[in-house]
Write a protein that binds this ligand. Structure first.
Ligand code: SAM
Length: 300
């Protein structure tokens, strides 16, 4: 089928497909983004060699069409990301949130930290968090009287601390690239030479995340539209994901994040996103222009 043979997408077909995508993954295509949706639908129709958008819709809702639905969703996600994205917010994370959390946890002799990067794309966000937490804990270790013997060689995370970073996405292709953890120079903007030296190996023309950093990060598939999401997190990063959802879906997601966080846990959203008008179960904290939201406890 050549381009001129692609059938027109009727208003009714567009509505059906829009509703299906929304129901599947929460992504909402308003008027500003309909042409993007149309373009991706046309590509998939051509690939599947179908003669109408209605037959494509029928395929998507059928059992054998499950794989095609996954492929369509992958074609609709925006995966833009970078290392050390939103520096002001990461300063707040490293210098205030982690510092405060580590002190509070230490008092309870709880030495675990669990962070979830929801919508991690190709991995730059969770690897950035791993590097920042490793540095924050090492510095904390340096300032604290040593109750524990330091093993040799020195591990990235000083014992008895255990760090678990869960990184998830709805797109299998980006998850596979994230797991690989190997980046070309132009993806390394924002990673200064100190971080490059300590946390990456240069392999040919690529920078490979060191195995010790990779060990802290666990990648998994999670669709934020579902109810079965990772629980007991101290901190959740969900940046530049909610902006593709409508208000109703954003409210549902924030409610789910509340339940996925430990008491007093923190939620970080993107620079262009906010919880304003979505919930009163979080309070905003900030350092300079970096912001985050802390879970409010009912009986606190
Ligand atoms: C723009 S990227 C943001 C990456 C990173 N958080 C950042 O801010 O740099 C958005 C990511 O969210 C993922 N995403 C979109 N809808 C999702 C859903 N329903 N469940 C899980 N991930 C989703 C996309 O696949 C994409 O990789």
């Amino acid at each position: 089928m050549n381009t001129s043979e692609i059938p027109a997408l009727t208003e009714a077909e567009l509505k059906l497909l829009q509703a299906l995508v929304y129901q599947e993954c929460g992504m909402h295509f308003d008027d500003r983004r309909t042409s993007f949706l149309q373009d991706r639908l046309q590509r998939r129709l051509k690939e599947c060699q179908l003669d109408s958008f209605y037959s494509y819709y029928r395929l998507l809702i059928s059992q054998p069409g499950k794989q095609e639905l996954t492929r369509l969703v992958e074609n609709l996600t925006v995966n833009e990301t970078s290392f050390f994205r939103n520096k002001a917010q990461l300063d707040l994370f490293q210098h205030d949130v982690i510092d405060d959390m580590v002190r509070r946890k230490q008092e309870r002799e709880d030495y675990s930290l669990r962070i979830w990067s929801a919508g991690c794309s190709t991995g730059q966000e969770p690897y950035t968090l791993a590097m920042l937490v490793a540095d924050a804990l090492s510095y904390h270790h340096l300032r604290t009287p040593q109750a524990f013997e330091s093993p040799f060689p020195k591990p990235l995370v000083p014992p008895p601390w255990r760090v678990e970073i869960l990184a998830s996405d709805i797109n299998y292709s980006v998850l596979s690239a994230a797991q690989e953890g190997s980046y070309l120079e132009h993806r390394m903007a924002g990673v200064d030479y100190g971080y490059r030296l300590r946390y990456f190996d240069k392999v040919g023309d690529r920078y490979a995340v060191k195995p010790s950093v990779k060990e802290l990060v666990h990648f998994d598939f999670h669709n934020l539209k579902t109810e079965y999401l990772p629980q007991r997190n101290d901190i959740i990063f969900c940046r530049n994901v909610m902006m593709y959802f409508d208000e109703a879906e954003q409210k549902r997601l924030v409610e789910k994040f509340y339940r996925c966080l430990n008491p007093h846990g923190f939620l970080f959203v993107g620079h262009a996103e906010s919880l304003l008008g979505l919930t009163n179960k979080f309070r905003m904290v900030h350092r300079n222009s970096g912001t985050a939201y802390q879970r409010v406890e009912v009986n606190a």
